[in-house]
Design a protein around this ligand. Structure first.
Ligand code: FAD
Ligand code: PHB
Length: 392
């Protein structure tokens, strides 16, 4: 058995866990990350692409924003496509803010590099991870690695282990409430080394279903189409994907799409989920471990970042100022943001997708709401404000 001790044990080396580790290191707080997968596997998951200014600010605070600031693309608006035409929502004019297009893979890569170069410890490929003692003064994490048992004693546990992780599952069921909505469709995503069709993202409402034209750089595109939950990614040929995407876009945009071989193709189910509270004694849940939003609002990674922003501040207050105030307010502060993001993501998802039982009345209502949205400054402002996000 290997025994170790740290101040904060972080479960999960996704963006939440890695960013928390980097922020704590800045405050001189010791943390160990325990991750069940390999670093390569974590980096191979293609997910988010849009960072709010608050997220970029947190990366800067953590000392890992250099590449994001240099290579990230500043986007001052998005385009909505419906009824065969494009309508721009101008973030700069409506909110004086912008978002940054920079892939989650790149954020994770930068955080991993910074952690490795500072010799901060991450234990990858940890098996049978268990958390205990968070309801008393002796929290601990136990796991197996290469057949050897490890025990990590700590002051606090940060559950950054995603929706399927063990931290939330370790909380007694009578101490936690969960709220969930599962959508009757998924997103089929393709990553390809082709230039993006437009400078900005296009969110398309179409009779055949939703489509999204996103990007990672000037030479790498990320596209999505709404698909059935019964679909399998490998049953979609590249050609079938490009054809379906183009059918859902206005003609002049469809013609401008540059196609090419996919370098990744996957299906993501869509879900809204919240667990309350987010603190259980000395265990704090953060990111997807506590909440999931459908990706339409581009909020998941951003919420993970703001959760750990609050948590790092609370822990710094605890260790450096001997105040419990930040930790005591952690759950309510996070949940207030989370429910705003849940509402926005649910609303934008409902507006842009085809729902099997909505019928013709449902799609005419969507068109009426979209027309109202682009025709009303206050409605466009509400969309823009929610999309660009709130300060911490
Ligand atoms: P995760 O990234 O899930 O990381 C959790 C980590 O914990 C994983 O590495 C996992 O292996 C590890 N783990 C799990 N169980 C254990 C265990 N028992 N022991 C140890 N480790 C464990 N968000 C946005 O903000 N903008 C977007 O544009 C956006 N687009 C998206 C597009 C798609 C298709 C999808 C699927 C998601 C998108 N998101 C977006 C959401 C975003 O990717 C997630 O919200 C984000 O990954 C959450 O980070 P996390 O660190 O909380 O969780
Ligand atoms: C992405 O680029 O993966 C992306 C962008 C915007 C979203 C969701 C995903 O709303």
């Amino acid at each position: 058995m290997v025994h170790r001790r740290t101040q904060v044990a972080i479960i999960g080396a996704g963006p939440a866990g890695l960013l928390l580790g980097a922020l704590l290191a800045r405050h001189g707080i010791d943390a160990v990350i325990v991750e069940q997968r390999s670093a390569e596997y974590v980096l191979s998951r293609i997910r988010a692409g849009v960072l709010e200014q608050t997220t970029v600010d947190l990366l800067r605070e953590a000392g890992v924003a250099d590449r994001c600031l240099k290579e990230g693309l500043t986007h001052e608006g998005i385009e909505l496509s419906f009824d065969g035409a494009l309508h721009r929502i101008d973030f700069r004019a409506l909110t004086d803010k912008h978002v940054t297009v920079y892939g989650q893979t790149e954020v994770t890569h930068d955080l991993m590099q910074s952690r490795a170069s500072s010799n901060l410890m991450t234990d990858y490929e940890a098996e049978s991870v268990e958390v205990s003692g968070f309801d008393c003064e002796r929290p601990a994490v136990r796991y197996l690695k290469g057949g050897v048992s490890h025990e990590l004693a700590c002051d606090f546990i940060a559950g950054c282990d995603g929706y399927h992780g063990i931290c939330r599952a370790s909380v007694p069921t009578d101490a936690i409430s969960t709220y969930e909505k599962v959508y009757p469709f998924g997103w089929l995503g393709v990553l390809a080394d082709v230039p993006p069709v437009r400078h900005e993202l296009i969110y398309a409402n179409h009779d055949r279903g939703f489509a999204l034209c996103s990007q990672r750089s000037r030479t790498r595109s990320r596209y999505y189409v709404q698909c059935s939950l019964d679909d399998q990614a490998d049953q979609w040929s590249d050609e079938a994907f490009w054809d379906e995407l183009r059918r859902r876009l206005p003609a002049e945009i469809a013609e401008a799409v540059t196609t090419g071989p996919s370098i990744e193709k996957s299906i993501a189910p869509l879900r809204s989920f919240v667990a309350e509270p987010m603190r259980f004694g000395r265990l704090f849940l953060a990111g997807d471990a506590a909440h999931i939003v459908p990706p339409t609002g581009a909020k998941g990674l951003n919420l993970a970042a703001t959760d750990v922003g609050y948590l790092a501040r609370g822990l710094a207050e605890h260790y450096l100022e001997r105040s419990s105030s930040g930790l005591d307010h952690y759950s309510t502060r996070c949940l207030s943001r989370v429910w705003k993001a849940e509402r926005f993501s649910w609303w934008f998802t409902s507006l842009m997708h085809r729902f099997p039982d909505a019928g013709a009345f449902g799609s005419r209502l969507q068109q009426a709401e979209l027309a109202y949205l682009v025709g009303s400054r206050s409605a466009s402002s509400a969309l823009a404000e929610n999309y660009v996000g709130l300060p911490l």
